[in-house]
Design a protein around this ligand. Structure first.
Ligand SMILES: [Zn+2]
Length: 282
């Protein structure tokens, strides 16, 4: 039974994969990156908050994670393409997902778990959370380039008139809100979802102790990878290894400047007031 797992959480397109890779490269961590079973279940839970308090759900989460962390060590074939890419780069095509010696901590990168934090905390009372956030303008730019997300925000695959409310994945409060939301532009919907994630994270940060919740700024990780990862491993009570951040490049920020249309930019600025609080805007 795993006692103190690490969960990487955050809004989509905010660097959760990059952070997952940092953890995966640490010799004493086994980190799942969008591992199919846990990833899919975490997404299911986002849309079904009504089952979060069921004993059966808690049992299922515990079983699912303990199983996933144990199973994947031999080969990476059953992992997500993200996990395989990292491992192939490091060890070639027949790479194990991790080397099962000296593993001290288990981690999971299913970013949508930001919505399921309270449930995970119930199941794993000693768990630690790494929350990564990024400039909403870059997040929305990246979302607009990502088919799976543009489809999610433009059609009604996951949410409809008969859904239960609220729907925290979209930041929709009620059925009435849903009908207004349907008319919004993509940029506005996405910025609203970003803001809603930041608000959820803020609540957790307030309720949790400093030893169980850590906020990480994506841009800081790019600008100062060594200092930022040192802080992360200090928080996780693990040694620091410089090779963990060898994949981080500075160039990946402020892409929005050459992509967003004026209307999209104003939709974002009007719907993500936390940009001020987080220091992205004066
Ligand atoms: Zn793997």
């Amino acid at each position: 039974m795993i006692q103190n797992p690490i969960f990487i959480v955050g809004c989509s397109r905010s660097g959760t994969c990059m952070l997952g890779e940092v953890l995966k490269k640490h010799p004493h961590i086994h980190c799942l990156i969008e591992y199919p079973t846990t990833f899919k279940y975490s997404q299911y839970l986002c849309f079904h908050s009504e089952i979060h308090n069921d004993l059966l759900t808690r049992k299922h989460v515990k079983y699912l994670y303990n199983n996933a962390w144990k199973k994947t060590w031999r080969k990476c074939q059953k992992c997500s393409s993200g996990c395989q890419k990292i491992q192939y780069r490091r060890h070639g095509i027949f790479s194990p997902c991790y080397i099962p010696v000296n593993i001290k901590r288990y981690a999971d990168k299913s970013h949508s778990n930001l919505i399921n934090v309270n449930l995970l905390r119930e199941v794993f009372p000693q768990s630690q959370f790494l929350h990564i956030y990024r400039d909403a303008r870059d997040v929305v730019t990246s979302m607009l380039h990502y088919d799976r997300l543009t489809r999610r925000f433009s059609t009604k695959i996951k949410v409809g008139k008969d859904s239960s409310w609220p729907q925290p994945w979209y930041g929709i409060e009620s059925k009435k809100h849903f009908f207004e939301w349907q008319e919004w532009s993509l940029a506005k919907k996405m910025a609203h979802a970003w803001e809603s994630r930041i608000q959820q994270a803020k609540k957790h940060q307030k309720n949790f102790s400093k030893s169980s919740w850590l906020d990480i700024c994506y841009e800081n990780l790019l600008e100062q990878p060594a200092t930022t990862t040192q802080k992360i491993f200090e928080f996780l009570e693990l040694d620091y290894f410089p090779q963990t951040h060898s994949h981080i490049y500075k160039e990946n920020s402020a892409k929005w400047q050459s992509f967003l249309q004026p209307q999209q930019l104003s939709d974002i600025l009007e719907n993500s007031p936390s940009l001020h609080d987080l220091g992205y805007l004066p």
